[in-house]
Ligand binder design. Structure first.
Ligand code: PRP
Ligand code: ADE
Length: 173
């Protein structure tokens, strides 16, 4: 029988620090069926007619965001860790499940009024995607939806993203 995409996710206890169960997607990507299922099932959560731009979050959001944008024939924009983008940027700091970070977007990445779907591999505390959504709004964009392969429901990311639409393929309690 065909495996579900969830069965390709590998769970590693105590990585990168004690107490964290790391949900590893490399085991999804390393399998041709797993990779295809992950992209197809994330894409199925998006109504293409209601989207102008797909955005992906560095780094694991790029893996899924670019093929979805390609399949839907939409532009793909990068939300990158600080210091990587060469032109004028807007930036925002945020807290992670472990540590803190800062992300940036090019000022010309989104035009006012464009509807943006943001793609990432995993929703944990929601800090990353809240920062992404705020940056998109700062540029005049409208966040249509946040789409994830994996949601860690216990970390209450949906509550942090309560002002936005959220959808995920796999949910861990
Ligand atoms: C991970 C993951 C999400 C984020 C989720 O990225 O890919 O982007 O953390 O956490 P949050 O919901 O608590 O914000 P990470 O910053 O580790 O970067 P990476 O994709 O480059 O590994
Ligand atoms: N990013 C933040 N928390 C994570 C987790 N538990 N597993 C994989 N990636 C993560």
């Amino acid at each position: 029988m065909k495996k579900s995409v969830e069965e390709y996710v590998r769970s590693i206890p105590d990585f990168p620090e004690p107490g964290i169960i790391f949900r590893d997607i490399t085991s999804v990507l390393q399998d041709a069926d797993g990779l295809q299922m992950a992209i197809d099932e994330m894409q199925a959560l998006i109504d293409s007619d209601k989207v102008d731009v797909i955005a992906g979050t560095e780094s694991r959001g790029f893996i899924f965001g670019a093929p979805i944008a390609y399949n839907l024939h939409k532009p793909f924009v990068l939300i990158r860790k600080k210091g990587k983008l060469p032109c004028e940027t807007v930036s925002r700091s945020y807290d992670l499940e472990y540590g803190t970070a800062e992300i940036e977007m090019h000022k010309d990445a989104i035009k006012p009024g464009q509807r943006v779907v943001v793609i990432d591999d995993l929703l944990a505390t929601g800090g990353t995607l809240e920062a992404c959504d705020k940056l998109i709004e700062e540029l005049g964009g409208v966040v249509a939806k946040n789409v994830f392969l994996i949601e860690l429901a216990g970390l209450k990311g949906r509550e942090k993203l309560k002002d936005y639409e959220v959808a995920s393929v796999i949910c861990y309690e």
